[in-house]
Design a protein around this ligand. Structure first.
Ligand code: SF4
Length: 288
């Protein structure tokens, strides 16, 4: 029996990346994606260069991805996609209503662009997907905080991603230096971050991903939200090609020390913000 057949069913609250028993590859039932999202984790060491206060990575440490065993990654992916395609994984692990494939996401326990092997990993993953006839069903997605996308290695990687029909999901939680630092626990220059976003969008189709939440009972203040909306307005006015905005609430509890300070914003609050974004001509998808 394959590893994937021995485990308990997955749910939208079960995002345990060890659930397949594999090192680099996992599958989750994703509310965001509305089905099964296959994930590639290039950070099995739980290392990221940011420390977002809402981060759900267990044992998160500062750092970069370790050296990746690309042959192992490829064989794990081939096994998991083979089980999914045969139906055995879906039957054993996925609730009936979620038995559809949504995407194949580089989204692990840390920042994937910190791996200098990302471009090669993208090529390997795309080759397995295409070989199994899943290109149409499984679009590639790179979920990134965007902070390292100025590096030549990372730009080479998203060039490859574009060649395989993939998308970048670029994190823009806030648009002021204070706001970005308060969320990521890291100094981030908003001007440079937005420049990286523009460069990424010029190389590969890109969506913005933003997480909004209350801290100590308060939603982000009006000035902070205005700055974020203004940043989007400027991008649109400058003709930056964006596929839309993914607006997240707090889906699952943070595993960071600030967890007790955080709470969800109300659905109405998110809807009002989404309406402001849509008025700029950008599509919005809300996930709570
Ligand atoms: S960028 Fe992602 S992995 Fe890194 S700390 Fe933030 S949420 Fe966690």
């Amino acid at each position: 029996m394959s590893k994937t057949g021995e485990r308990a069913p997955l749910s939208t609250t079960d995002h345990d990346r060890g659930a397949t028993g594999m090192k680099y590859v996992y599958a989750v039932v994703s509310r965001r994606a509305g089905g099964v999202s296959v994930g590639v984790n290039l950070n099995p060491n739980n290392a990221c260069n940011w420390r977002c206060v809402y981060c759900q990575v267990p044992g998160l440490v500062r750092g970069a991805a370790p050296r990746i065993d690309l042959d192992l990654l490829e064989s794990e992916l081939r096994e998991l996609l083979g089980d999914i395609r045969s139906g055995s994984f879906m039957q054993a692990r996925v609730p009936v209503e979620a038995r559809r494939l949504r995407d194949l996401a580089f989204s692990g326990n840390g920042e994937p662009t910190s791996s200098p092997q990302l471009a090669e990993a993208i090529d390997r993953v795309a080759a397995v997907r295409d070989e199994l006839g899943l290109r149409e069903e499984l679009p590639l997605v790179l979920i990134t905080n965007g902070s390292l996308l100025g590096r030549p290695d990372a730009q080479r990687a998203i060039t490859r991603l574009a060649a395989h029909g993939g998308e970048v999901w670029f994190k823009l939680d806030r648009a002021t230096a204070e706001g970005l630092a308060s969320v990521s626990s890291t100094p981030v220059d908003p001007v440079r971050h937005l420049a990286r976003l523009r460069d990424a969008a010029a190389i590969c189709p890109t969506r913005i991903q933003t997480c909004m939440f209350e801290r100590n009972g308060e939603a982000p203040d009006a000035d902070e939200i205005d700055a974020w909306v203004d940043a989007l307005r400027t991008l649109v006015a400058d003709g930056v090609s964006l596929r839309g905005v993914l607006l997240y609430g707090l889906a699952r509890p943070s595993l960071q020390p600030e967890a007790g300070e955080l709470d969800s914003v109300s659905p109405d609050w998110l809807e009002r913000l989404a309406a402001r974004v849509e008025s700029l001509g950008l599509s919005v998808q809300i996930s709570t």
